[in-house]
Design a protein around this ligand. Structure first.
Ligand SMILES: [Zn+2]
Ligand SMILES: [Zn+2]
Length: 277
């Protein structure tokens, strides 16, 4: 088992202890990460060919490295991984999940269409309509996860170039998805946004809404919960969107945002209750 995975699993155990209500979800994450490690060896970046000569130009023009709206990709390996992930969901809702997996296998349910739709902005509701209610959350989670190993390879390969580029957008420079969580790090409190789809973190302006670009301090705010200063929700009162932020300025350990994304689900609920999307 790779050292990084071992460390992550240790972190998950720790989080289970102090957030017992997230135990079930953290168990699912644990199983997912073990499977991710296994499938990473089968995936390679050639699923998403990158023309390296164009990288700089694309990044300076705000264009993502992978174009999911126009490109055609061979998704055979991600689909295999998706079906393996569904085995995890099968433990929760055996009958529905088995039926769904069968449809994916025989093509009645079009996996590739789901993937393409997941990259179309504001299309979530339509995708959800097609999915079965009970297994819905996990299926959605696993759809995204199914591309993660292949995209993670790109994030590792091009992360440095991206870090040195002028990229200043609020969406992921690799895949174009929007972040749901970010961090503050280091003494100066640099802000990073995290793409759950690729595992990439990129630097972003401290006082700016990633979604609408608003930079007016008066309409940007944040709230914390129960004086837990480690976590906060940054909100924009222009577009009414929010993003979760984990403050790692005073914490030595490396953040693991897959774990943090789950350990902060109560903040999503709170933000929604306050009217932020
Ligand atoms: Zn991404
Ligand atoms: Zn905004």
């Amino acid at each position: 088992m790779a050292k990084m995975l071992k460390d992550t699993l240790k972190t998950i155990e720790k989080y289970k202890n102090y957030s017992p209500h997230y135990e079930e979800l953290l168990d699912i994450l644990e199983e997912t990460l073990i499977l991710r490690e296994e499938y990473r060896h089968n995936m390679n970046e050639s699923i998403f060919p990158i023309d390296e000569k164009l990288i700089e130009k694309k990044l300076s023009g705000g264009l993502t490295l992978v174009d999911f709206s126009g490109g055609k990709f061979d998704l055979a390996e991600p689909k295999k991984y998706f079906l393996a992930l569904l085995k995890i969901a099968e433990k929760q809702t055996p009958d529905e999940t088995r039926e769904f997996a069968q449809k994916v296998k025989n093509g009645t349910t079009d996996y590739e269409k789901f993937i393409r739709d997941s990259f179309a902005i504001y299309n979530d509701e339509e995708i959800l309509k097609e999915l079965d209610d009970e297994s819905l959350d996990l299926v959605e989670l696993f759809l995204e996860e199914s591309l993660r190993p292949a995209l993670e390879i790109l994030a590792e390969k091009y992360g440095k170039i991206i870090g040195e580029s002028e990229w200043s957008e609020g969406y992921c420079p690799i895949c174009g998805k929007e972040p749901k969580i970010g961090t503050l790090r280091g003494e100066g409190g640099q802000r990073f946004l995290f793409c759950n789809q690729c595992g990439l973190e990129w630097n972003f302006m401290r006082i700016k809404c990633p979604f609408c670009g608003n930079e007016e301090q008066q309409t940007l705010a944040y709230f914390t919960v129960e004086d837990d200063e480690k976590y906060r929700v940054d909100v924009c009162n222009v577009c009414k969107r929010y993003i979760k932020t984990v403050d790692f300025r005073n914490i030595k350990e490396e953040p693991n945002l897959d774990v943090e994304a789950i350990a902060t689900l109560h903040l999503d609920m709170l933000a929604n209750e306050e009217g932020y999307m």
